[in-house]
Design a protein. Structure first.
Length: 117
């Protein structure tokens, strides 16, 4: 995924979350930029979990996750920032338990953003 596609994915996920676009519209716009409809669906779901502070049992790429966090940290209040970190930590814990490993890069990203609160 290109940097531009990551930016587009974030904007579409945010628009769907804020009811500015339907998921169907987001999938169509994503496809125009070479992003699969399934990926757009996945990013929208992940963004919703980040905003709500709930665990997402699927993973998005590290670059995508970090970009989403950077945008959330630049646009939203402390409650939403905390929610995003709670959701991310829960996802990390789920993935680590499921795969019997430690996700060092994701934990580094989590700590980086915790330090910004």
């Amino acid at each position: 995924m290109t940097t531009e596609q990551i930016k587009i994915s974030y904007n579409l996920a945010e628009d769907v979350y804020n009811d500015n676009k339907t998921l169907k519209e987001a999938k169509e716009l994503g496809a125009e930029s070479g992003i699969s409809p399934n990926s757009i669906n996945y990013y929208c779901t992940s963004f919703k979990h980040m905003m709500n502070g709930t665990r997402h049992t699927g993973s998005i790429g590290t670059e995508v996750r970090e970009y989403f966090l950077s945008r959330i940290f630049s646009k939203y209040d402390e409650k939403i920032k905390r929610n995003a970190l709670i959701a991310f930590e829960q996802t990390i814990m789920y993935d680590e338990e499921r795969h019997h490993c430690t996700l060092h890069k994701n934990r580094d990203i989590l700590e980086k953003y915790r330090g910004l609160l």
